[in-house]
Design a protein. Structure first.
Length: 359
């Protein structure tokens, strides 16, 4: 029987075939970790689990639906703990850790330890990446991230561990800025706390239910939090989905054209296939929104990769101008047939090694 753990075995960076789950596991995801998701939203969630190599049954990732005023509907976001973001960054091979967190008050003076009884006004954390001369640093403000009760006081962990919560938000911002391709569309739980209130422990409870039921399928008996769970009644049948509009089709045409210019038209059809469609006119308005979001994220990632490739090509050409054939020889010494065969993710590291050899 195929298990949820197989979602973690794909290589990142490209659209991978959607993992196969049993009917029981699909229902389990929709009842717990991906609660309230439509079939199309569940497909997108499973695709994200596959490409990011995160296992929902091991509490590495979950989906949360929140009301979006602009679109007038519930929108799904994908969340993970800060350890999940670090894990994805580490798998890139470019992650070199982060700086110690700093906090400041209204006076703007940064401190490495926050001892005041009142929460800090802001926190910042820098992330080191190969090829970056300085750590990439982002700032998280207390006013923007603190989750509050109706009376205005901080809730749960934000009241008891304010410095820790705010530092996690700052680190998540820096990680996503340093690794946009790997972490696009993923948010730390602490970043999203202010967007939607859930009863304390409800997310853990949902994931514990998933873990317990999955283990029951395997004949195991895991420990769960001290909570009572009640199976919900199945939701009522949804009305037939509306067909995709002409305006939406034009948007899909535009993004297909952009991907084709970058030599990645196959990615376009690969993502459509995950939504059960061979062409955009086979989508519905319901799954067209999530499909377009996936395509937009893919286009952004490809553009970033193209920009990285262009930049490293320039640096390589400058080495060739100075050292001639010696540079090509070193490419072979480090295990590559040619410079064009070197993966973009490995180029900064290879350039650094060659500079050391040529110094």
């Amino acid at each position: 029987m195929t298990t949820g753990n197989e979602l973690t075995r794909q290589e990142p960076g490209a659209v991978q075939p959607q993992a196969t789950l049993t009917d029981d596991q699909v229902r389990l995801l929709k009842d717990t970790v991906c609660k309230g998701a439509t079939d199309n939203e569940l497909r997108l969630f499973m695709q994200v689990c596959t490409t990011k190599r995160l296992d929902p049954f091991s509490k590495q990732i979950h989906a949360v639906k929140r009301w979006d005023r602009e679109s007038g509907r519930e929108v799904m976001t994908f969340q993970t703990g800060i350890d999940g973001l670090r894990l994805i960054a580490e798998r890139s091979g470019q992650y070199r850790g982060q700086t110690d967190p700093l906090w400041c008050g209204e006076d703007g003076v940064w401190k490495d330890v926050w001892l005041a009884k009142t929460p800090p006004a802001a926190a910042k954390v820098g992330v080191h990446r190969v090829g970056f001369p300085q750590p990439l640093t982002r700032v998280a403000k207390w006013a923007e991230y603190c989750q509050r009760k109706k009376d205005g006081t901080a809730m749960a962990m934000w009241a008891t561990m304010p410095t820790n919560q705010l530092a996690k938000c700052a680190e998540a911002l820096s990680l996503r800025a340093a690794f946009p391709e790997e972490l696009s569309g993923l948010y730390a739980d602490e970043e999203m706390d202010q967007a939607h209130h859930e009863p304390n422990g409800s997310r853990e409870a949902q994931q514990d239910v998933a873990a317990a039921k999955l283990a029951a399928m395997k004949g195991e008996t895991p420990a769960v939090h001290d909570a009572k769970f009640v199976d919900e009644q199945p939701p009522p049948q949804e009305a037939p989905p509306a067909k995709i509009s002409f305006k939406a089709l034009e948007s899909f045409k535009d993004i297909k054209t952009e991907l084709a210019k970058l030599g990645a038209e196959a990615r376009y059809y690969g993502i459509l296939k995950t939504f059960g469609a061979a062409k955009s006119n086979q989508l519905t308005m319901d799954n067209a929104r999530t499909a377009y979001a996936a395509l937009a994220a893919e286009l952004k990632a490809i553009r970033l990769a193209a920009a990285d490739r262009e930049e490293t090509d320039k640096l390589y050409a400058s080495l060739v101008d100075v050292h001639k054939g010696e540079v090509d020889r070193l490419v072979g010494v480090f295990g590559h047939e040619s410079w064009d065969a070197v993966p973009v993710a490995d180029r900064d590291s290879l350039l650094g090694k060659m500079r050391e050899q040529l110094a």
